[in-house]
Design a protein around this ligand. Structure first.
Ligand code: F0G
Length: 455
């Protein structure tokens, strides 16, 4: 039997469920992960940390040490940080695909464009299923398996379903996917199919799929794996922990993240606050959330309702991953924005397309929803919220290959063709690299090469 891999002297965390509204604490959660008293969302807390505060320096050195280990749990960029996650009875219970361990890239060209020289991208699209969802799914799927569920389910704009189907398959569970018909990319749908999910394309939007799922889990023995499930957010916290480790525990001035259902921003914010409280970092980065103009529920909630009640919207955007009008975790996100002093902005479809091409030109690429971060940064610089001397990390949430139709439409000039928007053409044309169809002759290829060189 392999030796236990928990850091000696640092206990893995015992946890409880804490209601974010009425503060109720409990050891169990119902299947809809809502508070039994007031119906609001739950989060996971670690009351033990008050009595046995983990030693920050020991944690850092143990996490670093584990990089040399070959055990599955240590090779996971999520479970490597398991002292800040709900405890497993046995390390071998973890359902893992070696998630996390994602690169932190410099973006020199985007740095020049934005006028922010210290600009980095944490690329969560380099996870096993191609999006940040894997970091949360490994934890939540593991707890589903531990609770003995045969079925797991989610509503999704595509990435959650791809990730859930993969982890369910690895853990020997069946999975049920509810997606809005015609509103998610084929690439994401194909992943769910290949990983064996029962995939239902519902004639509604994401918000309609999520509403239905919430009712379903109260009627059928299925475990819901949307980000309402607080285990998901615990796993997604590790994005921030791994990022700070990569930065040698020196907090950047800003972290900028896309906002859809608002689970990821909530998770990153929770991690930042916990790391500050545990003494892992000495100051908080400002966490900012960027939304598409057509799916701007949090922007409007903060501007029009002072963050006190949700202003929901009828969502519309080509960045289909964040086409969400009624975000479940809006209260959690509003809280972490306030606690870290971050901003919330919206960006147009043209700004998203331009930013996506600019990130692509760095040789890494991302899906449209991720590109809102760069588009948002440009706005935050203009507003003087981000200063040129400050350091900024953009969270790229999904891989370029997640939505090839968008990229191809962009380069062929078809993305905004039906809108007849002249401004779009002027801004975007210089970034387009459409495929060129030629006769198969040397002259034709050399001519094209010369034309490109001179342009
Ligand atoms: N970026 C990508 C690529 C996403 O897939 C999502 C959400 C987000 C950003 C927004 O993150 O919801 O935590 O605020 N996708 C979900 C899904 C909703 O079903 O795949 P969020």
């Amino acid at each position: 039997m392999p030796p236990p891999t928990s850091a000696p002297g640092v206990r893995q965390a015992e946890f409880r469920f804490h209601c974010i509204a009425c503060g109720d604490l409990s050891d169990t959660a119902s299947q809809d992960f809502r508070c039994a008293h007031c119906g609001d969302l739950l989060e996971i807390t670690y009351p033990e940390w008050k009595k046995f505060r983990p030693n920050a320096e020991k944690l850092k050195s143990d996490w670093c040490q584990r990089r040399l280990s070959q055990s599955a749990i240590d090779l996971s960029g999520v479970w490597r940080f398991r002292e800040l996650l709900p405890a497993l009875d046995n390390d071998r219970d973890a359902i893992t695909l070696r998630e996390g361990n994602t690169p932190l890239y410099e973006l020199p060209q985007c740095a020049r464009i934005t006028g922010v020289p210290r600009l980095l991208a944490k690329h969560q699209g380099m996870n096993p299923s191609g999006s940040f969802k894997d970091t949360g799914m490994t934890v939540a799927a593991t707890f589903a398996g531990r609770a003995g569920f045969r079925w797991v389910a989610c509503a999704s704009t595509g990435n959650t379903s791809a990730s859930m189907a993969a982890y369910a398959a690895r853990g020997g569970m069946r999975s049920l996917v509810l997606v809005p018909e015609g509103k998610i990319s084929w690439s994401k749908l194909s992943q769910a199919l290949d990983y064996g999910a029962v995939t239902c394309q519902l004639r509604t939007d994401f918000d309609g799929c999520l509403r239905l799922l919430q009712e379903l889990v109260l009627r059928a023995p299925v475990y819901q794996l949307n980000s309402i499930n607080p285990f998901r957010l615990e796993g997604q916290k590790t994005l921030a922990i791994e990022l700070l480790e990569q930065l040698d525990w020196q907090a950047p001035d800003h972290i900028i993240v896309p906002g859809g259902n608002l689970g990821n921003s909530s998770a990153i914010g929770k991690a930042l606050l916990e790391m500050r409280d545990l003494g892992l970092i000495s100051r908080l980065p400002k966490l900012s959330v960027i939304q598409a103009e057509g799916a701007n529920a949090l922007v409007r909630t903060l501007r029009e309702a002072g963050g006190k009640r949700l202003v929901n919207v009828q969502a519309e955007t080509r960045a289909t991953a964040i086409r969400i009008g009624n975000p479940a975790s809006w209260k959690k996100a509003a809280h972490v924005l306030e606690a870290t002093g971050g901003a919330c902005e919206q960006v147009s479809e043209i700004e998203i397309a331009q930013a996506k091409a600019e990130i692509g030109a760095e040789g890494i690429g991302c899906e449209p929803a991720s590109a809102v971060t760069l588009a948002g940064l440009k706005k935050l610089v203009k507003q003087d919220f981000v200063k040129p001397e400050e350091s900024v990390v953009l969270v790229l949430t999904g891989n370029l290959l997640k939505d090839p139709d968008y990229t191809i439409d962009f380069h062929r000039g078809e993305l905004f063709a039906s809108t007849g928007d002249e401004r779009a053409s002027a801004t975007l044309n210089p970034l387009r690299r459409p495929p060129i169809v030629l006769d198969a002759t040397l002259d034709a290829v050399i001519g094209t090469l010369q034309q490109a060189e001179n342009s």
